[in-house]
Design a protein around this ligand. Structure first.
Ligand code: NAI
Length: 396
């Protein structure tokens, strides 16, 4: 079929297999251009099909020759209906990994469930024995708790008082004011249940129990801090509470991994256009201003640049892993630079519908958003008939 982008609100309902493959090729080429990393050899990535998790898988495989197992939750294609992009990304990843002689297997299912944990651990035991790196990179709106059966829904809301600020609809370029009502106490608990560290802890406990983690194993989850402009809805909002919990979990998980001399870290990453971040009000305006400034200064990064730098300059240098005073690895250092933040704050005050295309990088935002779904790659011929109904070989 001929596949075109079909937008509905903040999501795109279609995705393009050739474009998703181009995204993978571009990421692989970037990682290769940066040279070999003395990094991990057997890696489990939970949330491996898009965003930071996908880039972590690509960096492990093509930067460090690692065997990888990826867990994700994606809709496979049907005749006449394209898959979600993470499915095509994983298909392309597997194709290129196999071509390079690298082991790659994937599991498509709910990572929060006991069943998917068991399938994954059985596969590790059978094919790899143990893993030396576990990346935990889930971004999900819901989690069914495996013990209580309760379905928790996360929300992106301020705590205590309503929050009003500017936002931009990145499709139309209209800058407007948005007011977000504060959450209930239950919203906080639910968001922590979905995006906090409990499930990460459960994964590591099960992997430890099965003897599936090697000596000196590392595990990593991703967090975000951001500027005061967005803190009411992000770091001091419901999702911030979940990130506080995730960051605290790194310490309890490290304690758990002591017998292996293993360690758990949270890496604080840069704000990027992903499916998850596009849905948070205020963030798209912040990102389009931030991109403009970081690009002008030559310090802009996407997911793959962030993760490649994380592996090469933080995790696998041969020296102790550098952290901030709260034990977190920081690759949001360039985003948070005082000069960058001052310029974003100055532009923020000025931003209107009339000037946003000029003072912000709205075009870059849109391109990145379309790229997430495999669209807008100059190398791809979108008028060509493609087979949407393709399968990932050996997918569990
Ligand atoms: P994303 O939406 O691109 O990727 C999420 C991944 O989780 C996908 O592979 C998806 O298939 C998988 N997933 C979701 N629910 C699942 C389930 N129930 N079972 C199995 N897999 C499931 O997200 P993104 O943006 O890469 O986020 C990953 C982490 O990075 C999150 O913790 C996020 O908060 C954090 N982060 C994101 C930033 C951003 O600007 N996007 C900035 C800093 C941190």
């Amino acid at each position: 079929m001929i596949i075109e982008p079909k937008m509905r609100g903040f999501i795109c309902l279609t995705s393009h297999p050739d474009g998703c493959e181009q995204n993978i090729i571009n990421q692989i080429n970037y990682v290769k251009s940066k040279g070999q990393i003395k990094g991990p050899k057997k890696v489990l990535v939970i949330g491996a099909s898009t965003g930071f998790g996908l880039s972590s898988r690509i960096t492990s495989a093509f930067g460090s020759d690692a065997s990888t197992i990826g867990v994700f939750f994606e809709k496979p294609p049907m005749e006449g209906k394209p898959a979600t992009p993470g499915y095509y990304n994983s298909l392309a990843f597997q194709k290129h990994a196999e071509k390079a002689g690298l082991y790659a297997r994937s599991i498509n299912g709910d990572a929060f469930s006991d069943e998917v944990k068991k399938i994954t651990i059985d596969l590790i035991k059978k094919d790899l024995g143990q893993v030396d790196l576990v990346i935990y990179s889930l971004a999900s709106p819901v989690r069914q708790h495996p013990v209580t059966g309760v379905l928790h829904r996360s929300v992106l809301k301020p705590i205590g008082v309503p929050f009003s600020n500017k936002t931009v609809d990145f499709h139309t370029g209209i800058v407007s004011n948005v007011t977000i009502d504060p959450c209930s106490d239950e919203d906080i608990l639910n968001t922590v249940a979905v995006m906090g560290g409990e499930d990460w802890d459960m994964w590591i406990s099960e992997l430890m129990k099965a003897g599936a983690l090697s000596e000196n194993a590392l595990t990593l989850a991703y967090s975000y801090i951001g500027p005061s402009l967005t803190e009411a809805v992000y770091r001091k909002g419901t999702i911030g509470r979940a990130k506080d919990h995730l960051e605290a979990s790194a310490f309890s998980i490290t304690e758990k991994m002591k017998s292996l001399n293993g360690k758990a870290f949270v890496s604080v990453n840069k704000a990027l256009v992903t499916q998850a971040s596009s849905a948070i009000p205020v963030i798209p305006l912040y990102i389009s201003l931030l991109y403009k400034i970081m690009k002008a200064k030559g310090i802009h990064e996407g997911c793959i640049e962030q993760i490649q730098r994380l592996f090469q300059d933080r995790l696998y240098t041969g020296n102790e892993i550098p952290t901030d005073e709260k034990g977190r690895i920081r690759v949001d250092d360039w985003e948070m630079r005082a000069d960058v933040q001052k310029e974003v704050a100055d532009l923020w005050v000025k931003a209107t519908t009339e000037n946003i295309a000029e003072i912000g990088d709205l075009a870059g935002y849109k391109t990145d958003f379309l790229n997430l779904f495999g669209f807008n790659f100059p190398e791809v011929d979108y008028s060509k008939d493609v087979n949407e109904n393709v399968e990932i070989a050996g997918l569990l």
